[in-house]
Ligand binder design. Structure first.
Ligand code: CA
Length: 527
């Protein structure tokens, strides 16, 4: 055989391999919503109507313990890079590659819609198509100056613009273009909804659906969600529900005016989640019409627990008025985070636990509708994508001081197997810290004294065992400091030893009760 013939056979072989890969490798959609608590989807205990997402759970699997970083930007870093946020260089991503960069190199079409919240733009970091806002939060009806379409400034907001809808309109437009241009190419789509992050901007029709739902108040709603979680087998029944935060009043003690205001805020929040579900339904319909549904892995999660910070202004304006700026507070965020303690930013369960639903008709072999207790983390997405794309984590990357991958593939869990757990999981936001190893978790709220929990028996962190097991605290906290220094390059206050202070209480507005700078609630207008 001459050289020409050898070359021809080689080319033919490559074409065949790529065609076979294109036919078998799944499309992957990661959807991350913003500031949605563990119990806010129907399939995680909520009364909010999320039938499309619930259907994905019914035919797919749910994770009982899927961890985020308790904060917007750091969760985006971990999702995209498979690294801990500090390790990856935080928002700069100068020590990590993105899933989009790796998947593009592996032959995937890559696209993103929604909130970026990191340095540069998605189109600088491996996404071939992008629509959305670079900002951490936007006006849902009027947008902001950071909107981009494929790297160019975009401001074509019509009268009926609504960010959640626009995200999915562009997602389906991008998918349609890709399927037309390269029908054999698998795709990776990252949807980063800003909803239900404040301002609680909601379409009136979605708000109206929740008339009469919240009058019973937060105490009753917490019980109802917790019971539903136990009944559906989501959590063990011996995990006690966290009690109502000390600085949140009993619902029955509120005046009628206070109740009416809080009912309206929760209706606005619920309507925003409802809208996420409606658009998810449209996306599913689109995938089915394109015959892409069966071999598309869809994974849905939240970037952090429900948010207690009350920064409401213009509370006298309706939440479908773009001039309004409503937030709810701890009164409802502790419902969102049922059954866990504390909130967004805290490294306790209420901050770092996210729902996670995975659906993939061709690939998930675990029992449909089942709940896995296997612990997982946002850092696992990169490893999962690489595994399913049949590629490898790069050894180096131009312009990046690349760190080694931390996550582990979720594929064995999808296949109904038990995977080897992470050696440890590291958590930090500001001076809130935690470390999980085996059955144990140490956690501190604002560098107050370490707490210790057996999170298998006591998944809701109700029984602090630090005084009984000081040696365990010592071992785990030593490991936390080692990882903070070596892996996270943390110094100063971020890595200092904890104090012996007791954890601070949070006001209803979400700020610590002993904090001088009360930015929430005070002087804010309320209707
Ligand atoms: Ca968030």
């Amino acid at each position: 055989m001459n050289n020409q013939a050898v070359r021809s056979i080689g080319v033919l072989w490559l074409v065949c391999v790529s065609l076979v890969q294109a036919e078998t490798r799944p499309n992957i959609i990661i959807m991350m919503v913003d500031d949605l608590g563990y119990s806010d989807f129907g399939c995680y205990g909520s009364e909010i109507k999320t039938p499309h997402i619930d259907k994905l759970a019914e035919n797919g699997i749910r994770f009982q313990q899927f961890h985020n970083t308790a904060k917007c930007h750091s969760s985006r870093v971990s999702l995209l890079t498979g690294l801990y946020s500090d390790q990856a260089g935080d928002s700069k991503l100068n020590r990590g590659v993105t899933i989009a960069e790796v998947m593009k190199k592996a032959g995937y079409a890559t696209m993103m819609v929604g909130k970026w919240h990191l340095t540069k733009e998605p189109t600088d970091r491996g996404f071939e198509k992008y629509f959305g806002h670079l900002s951490g939060a936007t006006n849902f009806f009027k947008g902001d100056k950071t909107f981009r379409l494929n790297g160019k400034s975009w401001s074509d907001f019509g009268d009926d613009f609504y960010t959640t809808d626009a995200n999915i309109e562009y997602a389906t437009r991008f998918l349609g273009e890709t399927i037309k241009e390269s029908p054999d190419k698998p795709f990776f789509l990252y949807i980063a909804h800003n909803a239900p992050h404040y301002p609680l901007h909601v379409k009136k029709a979605d708000y109206d659906k929740y008339q009469g739902v919240y009058e019973a108040g937060w105490d009753q709603l917490r019980k109802a969600r917790h019971q539903k979680q136990i009944n559906m087998g989501l959590i063990p029944k011996d995990w006690k529900q966290a009690s109502r935060p000390k600085l949140v009043p009993a619902w029955s003690s509120l005046t009628d005016k206070e109740k009416a205001w809080d009912v309206r805020r929760m209706m606005a929040f619920a309507g925003m989640v409802d809208s996420i579900d409606q658009t998810t339904g449209k996306l599913i319909q689109f995938l089915k019409a394109k015959k892409s549904y069966d071999n598309t892995l869809i994974m849905i999660c939240s970037d952090n627990g429900a948010c207690p910070f009350d920064r409401t202004r213009n509370g006298d304006k309706d939440p479908w008025n773009p001039e309004s700026y409503w937030c709810y507070d701890t009164g409802w965020s502790h419902v969102g985070n049922v059954p866990f303690r504390l909130h967004k930013q805290n490294q306790h369960g209420g901050g770092v636990n996210s729902p996670m639903i995975a659906h993939w008709p061709k690939g998930i072999k675990a029992k449909p509708g089942s709940v896995t207790p296997q612990r997982a983390h946002l850092i696992d997405y990169m490893a999962t994508c690489i595994d399913l794309a049949g590629t490898e984590y790069p050894k180096s990357w131009p312009g990046i001081e690349l760190e080694p991958l931390q996550g582990k593939s979720l594929k064995p869990i999808f296949e109904g197997e038990t995977r080897k757990p992470h050696d440890s999981l590291f958590f930090r936001y500001n001076t809130n810290r935690a470390l999980i190893q085996g059955d144990w978790k140490i956690v501190t709220h604002r560098a107050s004294r370490w707490e210790l929990y057996n999170i298998v028996k006591d998944g809701t962190e109700m029984n602090n065992l630090a005084a009984q097991h000081p040696e365990k605290v010592k071992v785990l906290s030593t490991l936390w400091h080692k990882l903070a220094k070596d892996q996270g390059r943390l110094k100063g206050k971020s890595a200092a030893q904890v104090s012996e202070k007791t954890p601070p209480l949070l006001k209803k507005s979400g700020v610590p009760a002993n904090s001088a700078g009360n930015k929430g609630g005070k002087g804010r207008k309320r209707s």
